[in-house]
Design a protein around this ligand. Sequence first.
Ligand SMILES: Cc1cc2nc3c(=O)[nH]c(=O)nc-3n(C[C@H](O)[C@H](O)[C@H](O)COP(=O)(O)OP(=O)(O)OC[C@H]3O[C@@H](n4cnc5c(N)ncnc54)[C@H](O)[C@@H]3O)c2cc1C
Length: 283
Amino acid sequence: MSGILGFFAKRFVAGDTFEQAVDAVRQLNDKGITTTLDILGENVTSESEAAEKANSYIDVLDGIERTGVDSNVSVKLTQMGLDVSDEFCLKNVSRIFDKAQEHNNFVRVDMEGSAYTERTLNLVYRWHEKYPNMGTVIQAMLHRSTADIMELNQRKIRVRLCKGAYKEPASVAIQEKSLVNKNYKKLTELLLSEGNYPAIATHDMNMIDHAIDYAQRHDIKPDQFEFQMLYGIRRKLQEDIIKDGYRMRVYVPFGTHWFPYYYRRLRERKENIFFILKNLFKS
Ligand SMILES: Cc1cc2nc3c(=O)[nH]c(=O)nc-3n(C[C@H](O)[C@H](O)[C@H](O)COP(=O)(O)OP(=O)(O)OC[C@H]3O[C@@H](n4cnc5c(N)ncnc54)[C@H](O)[C@@H]3O)c2cc1C
């Protein structure tokens, strides 16, 4: 990661290489925090590049096994050739699932913009029949998410619940933040009550308190779900949640294609942009 933006991206990205990412994972594991590793990149349009990216994930799964760190992986389907075709993507990602199965590890299929939601879920349903050690992500901002969670719960597919990182039109997504939060709470309850080991992925203390309160009132034990946060965000809170007896998994992205991921993190919080601008003017 070079240049001034690369310097600031280091806060959110564990490094360019697997070795650097494993160092970050070890430090988190030492604090009782598990991780999910993500090789940065999205919207690959050539079969050869998508196949190469899948090979890199296979290497990462071997690397996790070799180093003994406590981590699974998260993949984006547009990095795996979803823009080429569903069938190509299905075959390409199946190679990653085969490797995960060999090592008894878990693969999470990230959720991208709403143009991909339906196709992603249809592929997830097909994969899950053969590979039970996989799950996906649902975005609370989308109008369709209650129905999707009910379907995923019924199929016993593990869900990570997030608010949603992509800018979406009003036709498909809730626009008002307070209403997204309200839906997030409702979906958290649905997942905690009827889901298969859900992941509550948020840095929002209000959402976290709600999940803990709901779990306690319904006798849902701390080992029946996990919280998840992004690398570099609210690091003290990540540790506090572990100290309180809950599970925490951190999403650890690495690699050289960091800009789109980094841009989404900046967009989520204007203080991050001000921080960079202030330092740019200082230098
Ligand atoms: C583990 C994990 C996996 C995710 N996977 C996906 C996915 O597959 N698809 C998808 O669309 N989205 C994904 N997201 C992103 C998610 O949708 C949100 O965009 C992001 O988490 C911000 O929402 P929030 O719940 O933290 O709440 P917000 O209301 O955005 O933030 C709540 C508080 O958290 C802190 N915070 C939040 N973001 C930042 C930041 N960038 N920098 C500093 N502080 C911050 C601030 O204190 C803020 O007030 C994932 C998030 C996590 C934690």
